[in-house]
Write a protein that binds this ligand. Structure first.
Ligand code: HEM
Length: 191
C-alpha cells in the first residue's frame, strides 16, 4: 500500500504537529519542574508542582501516541518502510520507549507530585522525595532531539533486502520489477 501524495502530506502534517506538540509539552514540563524544585515562594513552587501533576501527562501521552501512529502510517505506506532504514527503525524504538516510560514511570509518580505541591503551598516539606522529576524532561527532550535530527538528516544505513544476483545499489532503483525481486530476497543488514 502506498499513500497518494496529498494523503502523505496530510499524514506528515499530523506527524509534525504531534511531534512539535510533544516537544513543546516537554519544554513546559522542564519549566514547571525548574520552578517547582527551584527557588521562589512556596505558593509559586506548589502551584507549579500541582499544575505538573494535573495537566501534563495526558496531553504528553496523546501527542506521543499520535506521533507514533502517524509515524507508523508514514513508514508502512511510503517508500521509507518501518524497518527498511535505520533512521526510521531507531525513531520507532525511541517513540515506543518514551510512550512506555510515560505510562510506567511518569504517570504513577504524579499523585506524589500533586501531594508535594499541596504540602509546599501550605509551607510544609513534601512527604516524598520528588527530585526524580529532573529526569523525565531531560531524557525525553534529548531523545526527541535525536529523533528530530535523524528525521531531518535521514542518515544512510539501509536495512536492506538484496537478492544474490541483484547488482549493488539495485535497492535504490525505482524499477518496480526490481523492487519485487528485492522484496522476495533474504534480508541482509548493511551499515
Ligand atoms: C520519536 C518521535 C518522532 C519525531 C520527533 C519525528 C519527527 C519527524 C520529522 C521532523 C519528520 C520530517 C522530516 C523531513 O521531512 O525532512 C519526520 C518524518 C518521518 N517520520 Fe517521524 N518522528 C518521530 C517518530 C516517528 C516514528 C515512530 C516513525 C515510524 C515508525 C516515523 C517515521 C517517519 C517517516 C517515514 C517520515 C518521512 C515521511 C515522508 O517524508 O514521507 N517517525 N518525522
Amino acid at each position: 500500500m502506498r499513500l497518494a501524495p496529498r494523503a502523505r502530506k496530510a499524514v506528515l502534517t499530523v506527524h509534525l504537529v504531534a511531534a512539535g506538540a510533544w516537544i513543546g509539552i516537554d519544554v513546559l514540563v522542564a519549566v514547571l519542574v525548574g520552578v517547582g524544585l527551584g527557588g521562589g515562594s512556596d505558593a509559586v513552587r506548589g502551584l507549579a508542582l500541582r499544575a505538573l501533576a494535573e495537566f501534563v501527562v495526558t496531553p504528553m501521552l496523546v501527542s506521543a501516541l499520535v506521533c507514533l501512529g502517524s509515524g507508523l502510517l508514514l513508514g508502512l505506506a511510503t517508500k521509507w518502510g518501518l524497518v527498511r532504514y535505520w533512521w526510521v527503525a531507531v525513531k520507532l524504538v525511541l517513540n515506543v520507549l518514551l510512550c512506555v516510560l510515560i505510562v510506567v514511570a511518569l504517570r504513577p509518580g504524579m499523585a506524589d507530585v500533586g501531594a508535594a505541591g499541596v504540602a509546599t503551598e501550605a509551607g510544609r516539606l513534601p512527604a516524598t522525595d520528588i527530585s526524580f522529576l529532573v529526569f523525565p524532561p531531560a531524557v525525553s527532550l534529548t531523545l526527541l532531539a535525536v529523533a528530530t535530527v535523524l528525521s531531518v538528516y535521514k542518515p544512510g544505513g539501509r536495512v536492506r533486502r538484496r537478492s544474490q544476483g541483484a547488482p549493488r545499489g539495485a535497492g535504490r532503483s525505482a524499477a518496480p520489477d526490481m523492487r519485487r525481486t528485492l522484496s522476495e530476497a533474504r534480508p541482509t543488514f548493511v551499515a
